[in-house]
Structures are given as structure tokens and as C-alpha cells.
Design a protein around this ligand. Structure first.
Ligand SMILES: Cc1cc2nc3c(=O)[nH]c(=O)nc-3n(C[C@H](O)[C@H](O)[C@H](O)COP(=O)(O)O)c2cc1C
Length: 316
């Protein structure tokens, strides 16, 4: 079945099952990605350009994990991503500031470009590194599984904090943790802005969201650029992934935090101005973090019986 026929069937299915908005969203995002961006790459922000590069690099590298054609063909697997990679790489090479600030990322992208060329020219090669190399050392040598499980279990939201700031070094480490999170197709759309409150700011009426926003020593705003994603839900998921990394690592420093839903609950334009973010960056969630000044009681979790399912011996 040709790709076009498959696509037509997919749209027909979506249409019949009344998923019109999904069709519209998906197709308009695809058009934006594949046509407009390619033609106007000089108009992209550095972040958008790097995000598109990271996405195409990811897809290009994935293509090389398949056996290359024998004999070599004109349009091998992943060639569109490879072409786009070359196109955006040329734009990146024109931006001296970007080459300086993100040298390691650009080098990683150049390397993928080179590997793809080599893969394309080498019949039968599959670019998969076997696991007995140094680079694939097991994670269990870094942290014991039960330690991480205990940390996950211990984490609970705290909403009252000591009026003490968080060191610069810890804030940077927490930002790093957020940026290390997985992202859909490696788009790396998440942008983290940390705002710190000055003290003392105690408001006595009790703990509500306004109190928390006024009194949290540090607020990590997690934004993402939905225009980078053809998938509708992925930007929110990516924001959540980054958020959880930060909340978990914060616990290891004796900090405690609480997530606060933002999205449509807050005036995005106002917040974008305050945080000096461009209009394409949507603030999904904020993490309010500090040294806790309460013994927070963790809400009990429901049982596996209620919230977990197991499917064994799943048929193909
Ligand atoms: C996306 C998200 C949004 C949240 N928004 C708020 C909020 O606006 N205010 C608040 O006090 N807690 C908020 N929370 C914290 C939840 O209430 C809390 O995670 C939940 O009660 C479970 O408790 P635990 O985090 O202590 O395990 C939010 C959590 C998430 C994941």
C-alpha cells in the first residue's frame, strides 16, 4: 500500500469517527512544518531552528538503524529528514551566536548528517551500537533502583516554605534536570523560566494559589512552543516530563515543591510579558519550590486494583 493511500485511509477514518479537529490540527501543523518553515528558515528563532534540527536529526539517526539499501538507492529511508537537516544546518552555520552557544548540539547534528551519508553509501549497514561498550554502562551503577523508587514514593507536594532563597547552583542543576527530560521526537521545545520572590512576603489569610505564588522562594515556569509540534498533546506531555524531573531532583536537595496548572487558567499574554517570553511560548505549568515549612501529608494512592492493568501474552 502506498504512503498516500495509507494517509487517505487515515483521514477517512478520522473523518468518519468525527475527529475533525484532530484532522485540522494535524494537517495544518504538517503544512506549517514542511512548507513554510523550509522556505523561511531565516525567520525562525534560534530555539525554533535548533528544535527543528533536533527533530530531523533524531529522525535521520533513526533511519540509519535500519539496514541500508543494497544496492544504494536514490531516495533511501529517511531521506526527507536528511534533506531538511542539511537545509536547517546551513541556516545554523550562518548564525555565529548559535554556533558559539550550542557548539556541542551542532556538532552532534553534523555527526548525524555524516553518519547518514556513510550509511546511505554502505549497503547492508545497520547503525546500532551493541551494548558491551563503555557508553552503554548500566544506569543501576549510578543509582540503586530501590533508591529511586523510594524517592518517587516519598515525594509529596509542599505549599508552605521557609523564607529562604535557593542557591544559584541548585537552581541551575534543577533547570538542567528539566532540560534532560525526554521530548516528543526530540523537539526540545520546553523553555524554563525561574522567577524568585523577595522576602519577607508572608500573607496571612491561608494557603491558596495566590499565597503560594507570593511566597514560594522560586517559581519554575514550564513553557513550550506548540507550533513546533504536529502532535496536539505532545507539548503538554513534554512540559510534564520536564516538571517531574525537577520536582524529583528538588527532593534530593531537601527542597519541596508543588505543581500549579497554568495554561488557560492564567492570562498567557500578561505572563509572557512578565517572563519576557515570545508569543509562541505557552506556559503550561509552574513549579513552586523552596525549603518546606510544613510536614506535608501525602495523599494516599489508590490501589493497583483500581488504577493498573496488566495484559500478558498480548497477541500481535
Ligand atoms: C498539573 C498539576 C497541576 C496542579 N495544580 C495545583 C494547583 O493549582 N494548586 C495546588 O495547590 N496544587 C496543585 N497541584 C498539586 C496536586 O494537588 C497534588 O500533586 C496532588 O494533590 C497529589 O499530591 P502529592 O503531590 O502530594 O502527591 C497540581 C498538580 C499537577 C500535576
Amino acid at each position: 500500500m502506498t504512503a498516500r493511500y495509507q494517509l487517505a485511509l487515515y483521514f477517512a477514518y478520522r473523518f468518519v469517527t468525527k475527529q475533525w479537529w484532530d484532522i485540522f490540527y494535524w494537517s495544518s501543523a504538517r503544512v506549517t512544518h514542511s512548507l513554510m518553515r523550509l522556505k523561511r528558515s531565516d525567520r525562525l528563532t534560534d530555539h525554533q531552528l535548533l528544535s527543528l534540527l533536533s527533530w530531523h536529526a533524531h529522525q535521520t539517526e533513526k533511519a540509519t538503524k535500519h539496514r541500508s539499501a543494497d544496492p544504494p538507492v536514490k531516495n533511501p529511508r529517511g531521506f526527507r529528514h536528511f534533506d531538511a537537516l542539511g537545509h536547517y544546518l546551513a541556516e545554523a552555520e550562518r548564525r555565529a551566536g548559535l554556533i558559539a552557544s550550542d557548539a556541542a548540539t551542532i556538532e552532534w547534528i553534523r555527526e548525524i548528517h555524516r553518519v547518514y551519508e556513510q550509511w546511505r553509501a554502505t549497503p547492508g549497514w545497520i547503525n546500532i551500537t551493541p551494548p558491551d561498550t563503555e557508553s552503554s554502562a548500566s544506569t543501576s551503577s549510578i543509582i540503586a533502583p530501590h533508591d529511586l523508587a523510594a524517592l518517587i514514593e516519598k515525594r509529596t507536594s509542599a505549599r508552605v516554605w521557609k523564607p529562604v532563597g535557593i542557591s544559584e547552583e541548585i537552581i541551575r542543576t534543577l533547570i538542567d534536570a528539566g532540560l534532560q527530560a525526554p521530548s516528543s521526537c526530540n523537539r526540545q521545545g520546553v523553555v524554563i523560566t525561574v522567577a524568585e520572590n523577595a522576602f519577607p512576603r508572608d500573607v496571612k489569610e491561608g494557603v491558596n494559589n495566590a499565597y503560594m505564588l507570593n511566597n514560594a522562594p522560586a517559581i519554575f515556569y514550564i513553557a513550550n512552543d506548540p507550533t513546533l509540534y504536529p502532535e496536539r498533546q505532545a507539548p503538554a506531555l513534554d512540559a510534564g516530563m520536564a516538571a517531574q524531573n525537577i520536582l524529583l531532583l528538588a527532593e534530593t536537595f531537601g527542597l519541596a515543591g508543588c505543581a500549579m496548572y497554568h495554561s488557560e487558567s492564567f492570562d498567557q499574554k500578561k505572563l509572557q510579558r512578565e517572563l519576557q517570553l515570545t508569543r509562541n511560548l505557552y506556559i503550561y505549568v509552574a513549579l513552586l519550590i523552596g525549603y518546606p515549612n510544613e510536614v506535608a501529608k501525602k495523599p494516599r494512592r489508590m490501589s493497583h486494583q483500581i488504577r493498573a492493568r496488566r495484559i500478558r501474552n498480548r497477541a500481535d
